[in-house]
Design a protein around this ligand. Structure first.
Ligand SMILES: [Zn+2]
Ligand SMILES: [Zn+2]
Length: 329
């Protein structure tokens, strides 16, 4: 099969032919139709996340069809349409797994990081961690739900009932989560890179009551903010824009260093917290909710062999919405 392979971090992916993987008893073999591209893929390729499997097939927003079942798989049948997310395995016995927090599992394995992912024509995945894809969603639109949507949804859940919600970084996750937030009657304030008039217009088109540069102050204090951009300097920026008792949620897996800031901007019971990974419950909830709203993703499609170009476009903020590799239609 054709695959895009990371052999050495900080080097472009290589287009290679590799054998089609064989599923173990717990796994399914999936013919990959689409694979969404995530900022995390860039962090792995850039060597910012430690100890990836090498060589690695990246990609953790996989939409495909099951073509072979492992011996003990009962959840699915051949021909089922499934999604494979970032969370690829948990141990089921550590203190996090036993307390409903499998996203924090000490022994978790992640798709496209410790496990081969979806930048390929086929992949194998543990059936217990695959999601059924809601009917009626085109594959292309579904792929970004599997990480951008899911992590965004988990982050939104950390803002309780915040009415005035700030989103810092208006990419794949924010363009999905604004639709959920609007559905919940929240007012969304979108912050883009300074001067990104097109991104700000995109946010307004999706229902933001205000959109501006991340160097601007919103017209109203925020009840909560979610930071999707991997920029540590946005933490004090968002805290200054957040009202007493509000929370600033850092949704990315990697961020540049957070600069020192005066205690004053945290005082007043403001909180800063991160969101890590997802649980299968997040996935089931979000994939049930998304078609009810319905969330509509804006997607830029690239062929598999253009993965490097797609990643560079994402790096430089040239993707409006989400980038998706189209592998097999
Ligand atoms: Zn565990
Ligand atoms: Zn991701």
């Amino acid at each position: 099969m054709q695959a895009m392979l990371l052999e050495t971090p900080k080097q472009p992916l290589q287009a290679v032919e590799v054998p089609i993987p064989t599923p173990t008893v717990d796994q399914v073999l999936i013919r990959v139709q689409m694979c969404g591209i995530c900022r995390t893929d860039l962090h792995i390729i850039d060597g910012e996340l430690r100890d990836p499997r090498l060589p690695l097939i990246p990609g953790h927003q996989i939409v495909g069809t099951i073509v072979e079942l492992g011996a003990t798989v009962t959840e699915f049948q051949i021909g089922d349409r499934v999604g494979v997310p970032w969370l690829g395995y948990t141990c089921n016995h550590c203190r996090y797994c036993l307390s409903g927090r499998e996203n924090l599992c000490d022994f978790a394995k992640f798709t496209g990081y410790q496990l081969n992912g979806g930048y390929a024509e086929y992949t194998v995945a543990d059936a217990r961690f695959c999601f059924r894809i809601p009917d009626g969603y085109p594959d292309l639109q579904t792929a970004p739900l599997l990480c951008a949507g899911l992590i965004g949804y988990r982050s939104l859940g950390m803002t309780s009932d915040a009415k005035h919600l700030g989103l810092y970084g208006f990419g794949a996750a924010a363009h999905i989560i604004i639709q959920v937030a609007r559905h919940q009657n929240r007012q969304v304030y979108a912050f883009t890179r300074p001067g990104d008039a097109q991104g700000q217009q995109f946010a307004r088109d999706l229902g933001a009551v205000w959109a501006g540069g991340s160097d601007e102050f919103p017209p109203t204090l925020l009840d909560a903010a979610i930071i999707f951009a991997p920029v540590g300097a946005l933490v004090p920026t968002a805290l200054k824009a957040t009202a007493k008792g509000g929370v600033v949620v850092c949704a990315g897996i990697h961020m540049s260093e957070i600069p020192a800031f005066a205690y004053d901007i945290l005082w007043g019971e403001r909180m800063v917290r991160s969101v890590a990974n997802l649980t299968r419950r997040d996935g089931e909830e979000f994939l049930t909710l998304a078609p009810q709203i319905p969330v509509q993703t804006q997607v830029e499609a690239f062929p598999l062999t253009a993965a490097n170009q797609a990643l560079e476009a994402l790096r430089h903020g040239r993707i409006q919405g989400a980038a998706v590799l189209v592998i097999d239609t």
